[in-house]
Write a new protein. Structure first.
Lengths: 330, 117
């Protein structure tokens, strides 16, 4: 019998924590690169590993092992490293609240804890790491990133909170991710709550696109305009950590959408083979949709980004919240 | 699979503990693997020397005004053309309209409270 402490350790470090999340983040990066390449009539990663699957892993290893850190006299390398590592650590820990974890912790309002660990801390970690290696382009990139966050974070949070609330009201664990994962598929069967779910899905996809700084919201690292924006002064191992943190945050955000809005492995049971297939299919569908958006749109200017994010991210989320209040008072 | 139903405070404690363990593991792996080479260069300014900028980072004030003038343009125009136009009459008109609205809202709330309570 495995003790609770050992299971907690394995969950935090191996599955679905640090190791699995690293693998999932790299696989997601591979998918986005490969799909983007196919959309643009290119080959994409092809030579490293079967079908080029290991390309992101070897890119990470090369940045870590072979490349040097290039810093100016104002750069604080250790502060940047610790910020990024803290972001990665909190993302790994946040997976304990997902039903995927063999050591699953849940409580009332655990969605709030999840949001801090998987969304607020990593975003601030990335901003702090960039500001630890200062430069004019970095500052402009970070200010644009933070401007986007002022709208994308509330939109993402509301889009998760609404289905979590609707799916868990009346149960003992209000706004719990694991509880919502069991019940949220039922929201899609009722026309009144399905409308709120659709709006939340749209709001979450738009806000994740902005949080991941993918087109059309890639203004924080707009090439040729602000060089590489927030990551201009990041290089070698630091750039490896920043890229890994970015990809991990993206993967965890999509997992949260699958569990809270799309009902996790439903219509199949959580720990079943078909349930696992269902999770993988939903994950691939979300990555495909996000990559399609990325490749079919150009880059917005910052003020356009904020307005569009407000229109298609925050407004649907707020309308869904109003619908949810009306629905739950019936 | 072990499921632990906890109170929110214990959940925060366990998640923070797991984050600390993950941080220790990630930091150990990172410092064991990372390249130790560090090269110092001037700040990247598209080939220009550092003397072309007065500060390495734009000031907080510049970022704030950039945001206000570009994204919150309508709010900025309202502030400069109606509220802070330089004329005391404009300022008084703007402020009294809001104070009048608040006074009416307070009166309505008071009457409602008397009627209901």
């Amino acid at each position: 019998m495995v003790s609770d402490q050992a299971l907690l350790l394995v969950s935090a470090l191996v599955f679905p924590g640090l190791l699995f999340l690293t693998a999932l983040a790299l696989f997601t990066q591979y998918l986005v690169r490969k799909l983007s390449a196919r959309f643009q009539g290119r080959m994409g990663p092809s030579y490293v590993g079967p079908l080029g699957l290991l390309q992101p892993f070897f890119d990470l290893l090369k940045l870590l092992r072979a490349k040097e850190v290039v810093k100016s006299r104002y750069g604080m390398v250790v502060a940047a490293e610790l910020s990024l590592l803290a972001g990665i650590a909190f993302l790994s820990a946040s997976t304990l609240m997902l039903p995927l974890s063999p050591y699953n912790v849940r409580s009332s309002f655990d969605l709030f804890v999840f949001f801090y660990a998987a969304s607020v801390v990593p975003a601030l970690a990335l901003a702090l790491a960039s500001l630890s290696m200062p430069g004019p382009y970095t500052s402009v990139g970070v200010s644009r990133f933070l401007s986007l966050l002022t709208i994308s974070e509330p939109a993402y949070f509301i889009s998760l909170l609404v289905p979590a609330y609707l799916a868990t009201r009346g149960s003992g664990l209000l706004a719990s991710i694991s509880e919502a994962a069991v019940n949220s598929h039922a929201l899609w069967r009722n026309p009144a709550s399905a409308a709120a779910s659709v709006l939340c899905l749209v709001a979450s996809l738009v806000s994740i696109q902005a949080r991941a700084m993918m087109q059309p919201f890639n203004i924080p690292d707009a090439e040729q305009e602000v060089i590489a924006g927030y990551k201009t002064e990041l290089s070698g191992p630091l750039l490896a950590l920043a890229t890994l943190l970015h990809d991990m945050e993206y993967a965890v955000s999509l997992l949260a959408v699958i569990y809270v809005i799309l009902g996790g492995p439903s219509p199949f049971a959580n720990c079943s083979l078909m349930g696992a297939f269902s999770l993988v299919a939903k994950y691939l569908a979300l990555v495909f949709t996000a990559t399609f958006l990325k490749n079919s749109m150009g880059r917005y200017r910052i003020e356009q980004s904020l307005v569009q994010l407000f229109k298609y991210g925050l407004v649907p989320a707020i309308v869904a919240a109003v619908l949810a209040i009306a629905y739950s008072s019936l | 699979m072990t499921v632990k139903v906890l109170d929110p405070f214990t959940l925060v404690y366990i998640v923070t503990l797991a984050a600390a363990v993950a941080l220790a593991a990630a930091a150990t792996a990172y410092y064991a693997l990372k390249s130790k080479r560090v090269r110092e260069t001037p700040v990247y300014l598209s080939g220009e020397p550092e003397m072309v900028v007065s500060n390495v980072s734009p000031s907080v004030g510049s970022l704030y005004w950039g945001f206000m003038k570009r994204f919150a343009q309508r709010l900025y125009e309202a502030l400069t053309e109606q509220v802070h136009s330089g004329s005391l009459h404009d300022w008084y008109r703007f402020l009294s309209s809001w104070l009048g609205f608040l006074l009416l809202a307070a009166l309505a709330a008071g009457i409602l409270a008397l009627l209901i309570g």
